[in-house]
Design a protein around this ligand. Structure first.
Ligand SMILES: [Zn+2]
Length: 471
């Protein structure tokens, strides 16, 4: 059975997506009746390379029709963008250009330049006929679809095989207006311009979604500092995932950085492990708990960072870090029948989301694949502005934790110091389990362990507080 999943979009400064899915690492997690419960949707590894087809028109033209980036140049750039992911040696994912777009309905070939043609091409994607890459050379399709001029491009997951848990159709549309050589950001409507490397980086992020990756968060403080200083320091920029929900630093290529961060390389390798994955990675896994130490906590961002080598000028702890969301394999909405059993099928939430496992042992579970090294593990909130389309993990809005990031230590309790940390050494092939963090000072929750007694009475004056629980 094939099911359609709706589009997800990238904004100029905010990447957005709305699919019935968990994100954070993998984009879509199987549910009880949708793919394989608790397993990420991927393209079928037995059917590599993934074949895409490209619009034979120009990549960018001015509003008066002058070609700025012709088709051969655009094709080469598209191939290079897919090549960024394909070049990851520990990932067995590959792509190939199968030729120009196949005709479908009102689209009979040549430059795709109208919404009816686009809709017919979407139809062919939903039926699994082709995975289109469309050049919206002057941004008119984007505009006619009602999208704001800040949208650089978008990926649409068109089709999945709900029995096998495989992605079977996806589409990318890119807005050539960002490459038309005209920058009038204050005109109405505005015409934004990006450097070629910035534009290609944004679309490469989209190809991450196309490949089945969700967003991830590392070095969030860089975004906050950038908003006040406009600067991106090299250490934190290096560790900033390409799959971060917002694009705000200069292009990684222009900053002398490799195209993907350690987090991106780990994420794509975990989804599509190649033969060399096991000899180049180990895993750290565990569970995040409420302060009661038994109730699992979903939706926390868990980051494994390499311990800084003080002999080098660079800060490895900022550069080499990999993240996962606690409960990323569990559904964000398990459903409930008490108040949600409605006659209207669109309002009936009895069964909850299509996606995500219902195995309660996974509610607070995380697993992070890391290159060999010595690591600390810490937990933090997802940034509160990363919601819905820009969301990370199964919960939107995210769950918020007040206070500093809390590190794992050997004597985890609800009353340890947040900064207390122990290190974990990972060798190739290691599967290190039980790296559990008990959050300090969360409010108690009603759960299956509920009893009439007080759970904990924190001895600290101002412990971390659960500020909000979203769902
Ligand atoms: Zn995105």
């Amino acid at each position: 059975m094939k099911s359609a999943i709706t589009s997800f979009f990238t904004l100029l400064l905010m990447c957005s997506g709305s699919i019935p899915a968990n994100a954070g690492g993998p984009l879509v997690i199987g549910g009880p009746k949708f793919g394989i419960a608790g397993q990420p949707f991927t393209w079928d590894p037995a059917k590599m390379p993934i074949q895409y087809r490209v619009d034979p028109g120009p990549m960018a033209v001015t509003s008066s029709g002058t070609v700025v980036i012709d088709n051969p140049t655009g094709l080469q750039r598209v191939q290079n963008m897919f090549g960024v992911w394909q070049a990851v040696s520990t990932a067995a994912i590959s792509y190939s250009n199968a030729g120009p777009l196949l005709p479908s309905g009102s689209y009979t070939g040549g430059d795709l330049n109208s919404v009816p043609q686009f809709n017919d091409i979407v139809g062919s994607c939903k039926s699994g006929t082709q995975n289109p890459v469309v050049f919206d050379a002057n941004g008119q399709i984007m505009s006619a679809l009602g999208l704001p001029p800040e949208v650089i491009g978008f990926t649409s997951g068109c089709a999945v095989d709900a029995s096998t848990g495989h992605l079977t159709g996806a589409l990318i549309l890119m807005n050539g207006k960002f490459q038309d050589g005209i920058s009038t950001p204050t005109s109405s409507p505005p015409n934004y311009e990006l450097t070629a490397n910035e534009f290609d980086e944004a679309i490469t992020h989209e190809i991450g979604h196309f490949s089945g990756l969700g967003h991830s968060q590392i070095n969030i403080d860089l975004l906050l500092d950038f908003n006040s200083s406009g600067a991106c320091d090299q250490d934190r920029h290096a560790g900033l995932p390409l799959m971060f929900p917002e694009l705000f630093c200069p292009a990684r290529k222009d900053s002398g950085l490799p195209p993907l961060s350690a987090d991106d390389v780990s994420a794509i390798s975990s989804l599509y492990p190649s033969g060399s994955f096991a000899s180049n990675y180990g895993t750290i896994s565990g569970r995040i708990y409420f302060s009661d130490g038994v109730s699992q906590f979903q939706g926390a961002n868990v980051i494994a960072r390499v311990v800084d080598d003080p002999r080098t000028a660079t800060d490895e702890s900022r550069r080499i870090a990999v993240s996962a969301i606690s409960g990323y394999l569990f559904t964000g909405n398990p459903g409930q029948s008490f108040t949600a059993s409605m006659p209207d099928p669109n309002e009936n939430n009895t069964a909850g989301d299509l996606t995500g496992s219902r195995d309660s042992s996974l509610i607070g579970y995380y697993q992070i694949a890391v290159p060999p090294g010595t690591y600390t593990v810490e937990v933090e909130s997802i940034f509160d502005q990363f919601v819905s389309d820009s969301g990370i993990g199964p919960l939107s809005p995210p769950v918020l934790l007040a206070g500093p990031n809390e590190f794992w230590d050997k004597n985890e309790s609800a009353f340890d110091y947040a900064a207390q940390r122990d290190t974990i050494t990972v060798n190739p092939g290691d599967k290190i389990t039980g790296i559990d963090i008990i959050l300090n000072g969360t409010k108690p929750q009603f759960d299956q362990y509920e009893d009439s007694g007080e759970l904990f009475d924190s001895p600290l004056a101002s412990p971390l507080k659960m500020a909000e629980v979203g769902g």
